[in-house]
Design a protein around this ligand. Structure first.
Ligand code: HEC
Ligand code: HEC
Ligand code: HEC
Ligand code: HEC
Ligand code: HEC
Ligand code: HEC
Ligand code: HEC
Ligand code: HEC
Ligand code: HEC
Ligand code: HEC
Ligand code: HEC
Ligand code: HEC
Length: 296
């Protein structure tokens, strides 16, 4: 790519990002907490069940208290409309349901008479719309426990079943599931027992363990990058038990020698953090309290 082409490419990429991020701001600004508390309003003042769906209020509802002169657009419209909405003839783009809802059957009609905040927790305290999310499955299961309401998967799901592997499980999933970017482990446990994970993790090593120097070098570097992923399969005790044995570096003849270029002094100066993986500072102090250090 020559310089000009590169520049055009970058500008196009930027324009794309700008378009995408503005798109999300097309909509309405609204503060539930304020209107419910200060104006003593209830959910049903603005949302009612119409044709099986919960309605969203039209601007007429707002006009009951706010002066809105639709024929003369002005700055005042921006009290409720985002700048992007104003730019696009004040049109409103409704938030889509999250992807995880694609398989879900739900209707407010099944739940008439149930308090809104059994499912929409905390809306009365929310000050913007961005923070509002539709309920997650565990909220449903608070009642769908086979006592108040049925809990079998087919109550709410069209395709998903506990004993049918979901679409993610294709190919060598058994090897690759760990690479799936930050999945929500709670979702795995909708279908799996916790010990199913740990039983396998105690015997099957990840591929990075297969390098020749995993035990003596690589694992420390990996652990320094991201300790959490080790905890997926190892207890802290597993690490510290082995760290109670002297590493190869300590077995060199000059480890304790006065030669500062090969000994522990130089190693400590280079990377003291690595010592602390296995040593309490107090252990160093055992000798260093009594030894008068030579100045470098
Ligand atoms: C003064 C009117 C008003 C009252 C009162 C009100 N809401 Fe809303 N609500 C709105 C508006 C306006 C929106 C945003 C609609 C939009 O995005 O176009 C909204 C959005 C929502 C949404 C999110 C919809 C989505 O898809 O993002 C939920 C859920 C909701 N309200 C529930 C409630 C509940 C529960 C109560 C009572 C605690 C309540 N509302 C009270 C006006 C109101
Ligand atoms: C029962 C009267 C009433 C209704 C109905 C009402 N509002 Fe309000 N709203 C107020 C009052 C009072 C204020 C505070 C004075 C002001 O800023 O104009 C306010 C303030 C606001 C604010 C500014 C809040 C803030 O956090 O700064 C927004 C945005 C707003 N309303 C949006 C709406 C929308 C959207 C609707 C229709 C879905 C609506 N209001 C319906 C009474 C009402
Ligand atoms: C107090 C809040 C508020 C103010 C101020 C306000 N609007 Fe609205 N407006 C809304 C709400 C709420 C809707 C309905 C959104 C929906 O239909 O989901 C809406 C919808 C609209 C729509 C219809 C959009 C569509 O896609 O159907 C137009 C046009 C519009 N507003 C123009 C204006 C103009 C012009 C002004 C300034 C003179 C203004 N609005 C000021 C709250 C407000
Ligand atoms: C049993 C749980 C439950 C109860 C109770 C409940 N909702 Fe919902 N609500 C949901 C779910 C799930 C969705 C998202 C799925 C959907 O819209 O079909 C939703 C969506 C909404 C939406 C967004 C609709 C849209 O088209 O964007 C509004 C507004 C809303 N609820 C208001 C209310 C109000 C007001 C009440 C009380 C009168 C209420 N809900 C009671 C579970 C519930
Ligand atoms: C506050 C308690 C409660 C919560 C929370 C709740 N439900 Fe329900 N749900 C019920 C009750 C009660 C019934 C009626 C059960 C019956 O008829 O046997 C029901 C019925 C249903 C039905 C119809 C079942 C049938 O027999 O066909 C569906 C689907 C459903 N709920 C989905 C959901 C979803 C999805 C959620 C979470 C977003 C949810 N429910 C949250 C109490 C609740
Ligand atoms: C009472 C209703 C209800 C029941 C019963 C229920 N679910 Fe769900 N489930 C939901 C809702 C609502 C969602 C979407 C919200 C979310 O992501 O949590 C969901 C989402 C999921 C997802 C995530 C899908 C994705 O694309 O991320 C899985 C997996 C799942 N359910 C599995 C199950 C299994 C397995 C069962 C039976 C053991 C079950 N569910 C029973 C309501 C239910
Ligand atoms: C909707 C149910 C469901 C969900 C959600 C689910 N699984 Fe599975 N999973 C299955 C089924 C069914 C199998 C096949 C079981 C069998 O072969 O005995 C399976 C198999 C597996 C296997 C292969 C086991 C083996 O011995 O080869 C792994 C690994 C696995 N799942 C991990 C996960 C992880 C990690 C998650 C969360 C990201 C997850 N699963 C979410 C249903 C599910
Ligand atoms: C069939 C054996 C097996 C089962 C069952 C299994 N895993 Fe794994 N898991 C592995 C292997 C092997 C790896 C390492 C893959 C690699 O990187 O080479 C791994 C890696 C992971 C990682 C990534 C760790 C890292 O490197 O960041 C996570 C997270 C994980 N598994 C979660 C789960 C969960 C949650 C379950 C249970 C729902 C589960 N696994 C069930 C074999 C299994
Ligand atoms: C088989 C024994 C053994 C096990 C098990 C072990 N380690 Fe180590 N670890 C060592 C040795 C040997 C060294 C020193 C390598 C060297 O000489 O620098 C070391 C060094 C380290 C270092 C320092 C790397 C550096 O130089 O910066 C970290 C961090 C580390 N290990 C983390 C862990 C974690 C986390 C676990 C458990 C998940 C673990 N180790 C399990 C033997 C082990
Ligand atoms: C998917 C599970 C899994 C993950 C993730 C994992 N390990 Fe392991 N690791 C194992 C298994 C299984 C063994 C073999 C245990 C045995 O032999 O008892 C092992 C062995 C080791 C050993 C000893 C190697 C030897 O040759 O003796 C070290 C050191 C180690 N792991 C460090 C780490 C570190 C550090 C991390 C994080 C960067 C990590 N492991 C992440 C499963 C895992
Ligand atoms: C993998 C674990 C591990 C790491 C990493 C480690 N040490 Fe050690 N070190 C030990 C063990 C185990 C002993 C023996 C302790 C005992 O006998 O009480 C030891 C002993 C020592 C001793 C006493 C002399 C000896 O050989 O017994 C010195 C000095 C020392 N370490 C310095 C360091 C310094 C400096 C670092 C960092 C550059 C470091 N160690 C990193 C495990 C480690
Ligand atoms: C068994 C006794 C002993 C232990 C334990 C010990 N050291 Fe030393 N350390 C010495 C001796 C002896 C010297 C002097 C060697 C020299 O000057 O080259 C020294 C020198 C040093 C120096 C150079 C000091 C200077 O001012 O030049 C550093 C840094 C150092 N040690 C770090 C550590 C750390 C970090 C630990 C703990 C991980 C540790 N030592 C544990 C005996 C010990």
């Amino acid at each position: 790519m020559n310089m000009n082409k590169k520049l055009v490419f970058i500008l196009l990429a930027l324009a794309f990002i700008v378009v995408v991020s503005c798109k999300q701001e097309t909509g309405i600004k609204f503060n539930h907490k304020f209107h419910i508390e200060e104006n003593d309003m209830s959910c049903e003042d603005c949302h009612t069940l119409t044709d099986g769906k919960m309605s969203l209020p039209s601007m007429d509802k707002c006009s009951e208290c706010h002066d809105i002169d639709v024929d003369n657009p002005s700055e005042e419209c921006l009290l409720c409309h985002t700048p992007q909405s104003a730019k696009e003839d004040y049109s409103i783009e409704q938030k889509a349901l999250p992807k995880s809802y694609a398989d879900v059957t739900f209707s407010h009609e099944f739940h008439e008479g149930i308090e809104c905040n059994s499912c929409h927790k905390g809306i009365e305290n929310s000050t913007d719309l961005k923070s509002i999310t539709v309920p997650k499955m565990p909220v449903c299961l608070e009642c769908h426990n086979d006592e108040e309401a049925p809990k079998s998967c087919d109550t709410c799901h069209k395709e998903i079943r506990k004993d049918v592997p979901p679409a993610s499980h294709k190919g060598d999933w058994a090897q690759w599931h760990g690479k799936e970017a930050d999945f929500d482990k709670a979702v795995c446990l909708y279908c799996h027992q916790k010990n199913m994970c740990s039983n396998c993790h105690q015997t099957q090593k990840p591929r990075d363990h297969l390098t020749f120097v995993w035990k003596t070098e690589d694992h420390g570097v990996e652990a320094t990058h991201d300790r959490r992923k080790c905890a997926e399969c190892h207890t802290a005790g597993y690490c510290s038990d082995c760290h109670r044995q002297k590493p190869p570096s300590h077995k060199r003849g000059d480890w304790m020698a006065f030669d500062r270029h090969n000994g522990h002094a130089e190693a400590a100066r280079r990377n003291f953090r690595s010592c602390k993986v296995c040593h309490e500072t107090a252990e160093c102090a055992k000798c260093h309290q009594t030894i008068i250090m030579r100045q470098p």
